[in-house]
Design a protein around this ligand. Structure first.
Ligand code: NDP
Length: 240
């Protein structure tokens, strides 16, 4: 039977590439999105992958969505916590709302989704959870105390949940992407982006498909001995 996978933020950017890679690996994929209906519809039309709208920072919505997906597609075997946002600003300009929003989506979303699938996975003795962190959670970044803290939190969350899942056949890993050519990075001012690329040893931005390949590997049946790890895919920018 095909594995059933949920990819949060799975309809565009890195998440779209992850949804496609898992589908190509044989999984039945449910791709989540927050509100960009147009992008989600276009993604479903060209890929044939179903898309589901809910907010990962809303715990009840996560539980309800998992129930709906399980009734439509079957028990969830794979969860990729990819949904993420930025609300950048220096400490001077950062508001409490900017902090809360980034923590609630990026880190709270991981808890909400993992909580909704974890018991089922351990009960069935199989599960794969991959959380998308960031190079900025490893190294920090000017103007991103909220994002760096949330992403850094993802790495601790991963290692703790990996210990709880190990005996139940559930692996929990993280991927820490470097700078990837997506809309999130396109929003960075051109002069700042040039400085960033100059610091990447391979001399270019990464491609979403290069992150997706790592996720697909960690989600495969034969990656069962890899848990609690962080795979850095960053062109050598930060060797952790
Ligand atoms: P994008 O901004 O291109 O896409 C974000 C996706 O997340 C969209 O599908 C969006 O839905 C969804 N999303 C946002 N908020 C929510 C929410 N509250 N509930 C459900 N879905 C939500 O991001 P990227 O592809 O660039 O990034 C993907 C992940 O990779 C993020 O976690 C990001 O932090 C991380 N990352 C990205 C890097 C990069 O260089 N791009 C570098 C390091 C890490 P909708 O389409 O409806 O808005």
């Amino acid at each position: 039977m095909a594995r059933v996978a949920i990819v949060t933020g799975g309809t565009r950017g890195i998440g779209e590439a992850i949804s496609l890679a898992l589908r190509d690996q044989g999984a039945t994929v449910a791709a989540n999105y927050a509100g960009n209906e147009e992008k989600a519809r276009a993604f479903t039309d060209r890929s044939g992958i179903r898309s589901y709208r809910w907010d990962v920072s809303d715990y009840d919505a996560c539980v309800a969505a998992v129930q709906q997906i399980e009734s439509e597609l079957g028990p969830v075997d794979i969860l990729v916590n990819n949904a993420g946002i930025t609300r950048d600003g220096t400490m001077k300009r950062m508001t409490r709302e900017m902090w809360d929003e980034v923590m609630d989506v990026n880190l709270g979303g991981c808890f909400n989704m993992a909580k909704a699938v974890f018991e089922g996975m351990t009960g069935r003795k199989f599960g794969r959870i991959v959380n998308i962190g960031s190079i900025n959670g490893q190294a920090g970044q000017y103007g991103q105390v909220n994002y760096a803290a949330a992403k850094s939190g993802i790495h601790g969350f991963t290692k703790a949940l990996a210990q709880e899942g190990a005996r139940g056949g559930v692996t929990v890993n993280a991927i820490a992407p470097g700078y990837i050519d997506t809309e999130m990075v396109a929003a960075v001012p051109e002069d700042v982006l040039q400085k960033i690329v100059a610091r990447i040893p391979v001399g270019r931005l990464g491609q979403a498909s290069e992150i997706a390949r790592g996720v697909a590997f960690l989600c495969s049946d034969d990656a069962g001995f890899i848990t609690g790890s962080t795979l850095s895919i960053n062109g050598g920018q930060h060797m952790y």
